[in-house]
Write a protein that binds this ligand. Structure first.
Ligand code: NDP
Ligand code: GDR
Length: 368
């Protein structure tokens, strides 16, 4: 069982180097792309990190295995995992009361936009009502315990802007274009409402797309870089994609988790857009990714209409001047650097797959 949390507001603060503090963070979605980077970031700052994971028939902790230390090793294990689900309010409240976190990061979501058209009801339950369940659990935990310093971060999305033209800032009206985006709007407004109604320290990060070698393989950037690696080593030849004209403001996930943390270190809670302020089309991503390893994307890419969405978001480009001014945040990794980082890692991954295929341990069609 985890030890109880500190009630101090100390530690943290500033965007600079490593420091030791005794804060406790609770992260939903710890097994996702952002959860893994945020956990590394917070452990580095001296936090004790607790992650809520959902039950799965396969292990779902691949992205955090490298930082996992067996909890029996009490002096070393500072990341601990607990079963819960955003669809289960009782589990959320129980872990809040057991762990007494200082900061709660709500990153869990059915986060795939296209999939949200297939499972809209589930998406709304987890993304919208899940956020409400967690906010309510935090509110009632504070009321019962008097731990008024607890802070809450909500993972908002540029998808909320949808068809509203760029540049998009905190003042831009939302026009969501998918069940996912509508649900994120609800979560956004629940967060604002709990701040206004109950004085909760609750922030919305409105984050534009951010990617990394840990990005899920069915998001377009990783789908492309995985294919580049596999085509380069001869494991595949074709890549089937949908709309290539959509533009996104793509940053590096490792940079964006710092902005989440910075939002919770301010005197007052607020909402912030986090973006690189540069936008590139899917086609430009293809150019850089394939070009980097000496391939021509047009020789390999085919359009498959099954990847078109019932409603598309055409153009996202953030105005993150508020985050830059107030939080002192700015991205460190640029577009080309990000694409190359992802391609480099996926070429290495494909080489390892090739060894298994050549040795007869794996079929070229299979994914490890
Ligand atoms: P991922 O899809 O990589 O991770 C989602 C996480 O949520 C996983 O840990 C997943 O668990 C967990 N999860 C899903 N459903 C539930 C549930 N019912 N109960 C508990 N946990 C659940 O997303 P990212 O890391 O990319 O994104 C993090 C958050 O930020 C999400 O809320 C996303 O919508 C939002 N966001 C992401 C952006 C991006 O570009 N990456 C941009 C803007 C917002 P499991 O591992 O078991 O699947
Ligand atoms: P997005 O990311 O919808 O912006 O949501 P995704 O990578 O899925 O799509 C980006 C754009 O690429 C086009 N596209 C394809 N997309 C996918 N997934 N697969 C394809 O084959 C394909 N071909 C073209 C899409 O139509 C779209 O225009 C991501 C998620 O992380 C959300 O959770 C997050 O909130 C937003 O970013 C900001």
């Amino acid at each position: 069982m985890a030890k109880s949390g500190s009630d101090s507001n100390g530690g943290g603060g500033g965007g600079g180097g490593e420091q030791i503090n005794h804060k406790i963070a609770l992260i939903t979605g710890i097994t996702g792309q952002d959860g893994s980077y945020l956990t590394e970031f917070l452990l580095n700052k001296g936090y004790e990190v607790h992650g809520l994971i959902r039950r799965s028939s396969n292990f779902n902790t691949q992205r955090i295995n490298h930082i996992y230390i067996d909890p029996h090793n009490k002096s070393k294990a500072r990341m601990k995992l607990h079963y819960a689900d955003l669809s289960d309010a009782s589990s959320l409240r129980r872990w809040l009361d057991t762990l007494n976190p200082d900061e709660v990061y709500n990153l869990a979501a059915q986060s795939h936009v296209a999939v949200s058209f297939e499972i809209p009801d589930y998406t709304a339950d987890v993304v919208a009502t899940g956020a409400l369940r967690l906010l309510e659990a935090v509110r009632s935990h504070i009321t019962t315990t008097g731990r008024t310093h607890v802070k809450y971060y909500q993972a908002g999305s540029s998808e909320m802007f949808g068809s509203t033209p760029p540049p998009q800032s905190e003042l831009t009206p939302f026009h969501p274009r998918s069940p996912y985006a509508v649900s994120k709007c609800a979560a956004h407004w629940y967060t604002v409402n709990y701040r206004e109604a109950y004085g909760l320290y609750a922030c919305n990060g409105i984050l534009f797309n951010h990617e990394s070698p840990r990005r899920g393989e069915n998001f377009v950037t990783r789908k492309i870089t995985r294919a580049v690696g596999r085509i380069k080593v001869g494991l595949q030849n074709k890549l089937f994609l949908g709309n290539l004209t959509a533009s996104r403001d793509w940053g590096f996930a490792g940079d964006y988790v710092e902005a989440m943390w910075l939002m919770l270190q301010q005197d007052k809670p607020d909402d912030y857009v986090v973006a690189t302020e540069e936008s590139h089309s899917v086609e430009e991503f293809l150019e850089v990714a394939f070009g980097y390893v000496g391939l021509k994307w047009k020789d390999h890419v085919e359009i498959d209409p099954r990847y078109f969405r019932p409603a598309e978001v055409d153009n996202l480009k953030g105005d993150s001047s508020k985050a830059r001014k107030v939080l002192g945040w700015k991205p460190k990794v640029g577009f080309e650097q990000l694409v190359k980082m992802m391609v480099d890692e996926d070429v290495e991954l494909a080489k390892r797959e090739k060894v298994l295929v050549d040795a007869g341990y794996m079929d070229a069609q299979q994914q490890p």
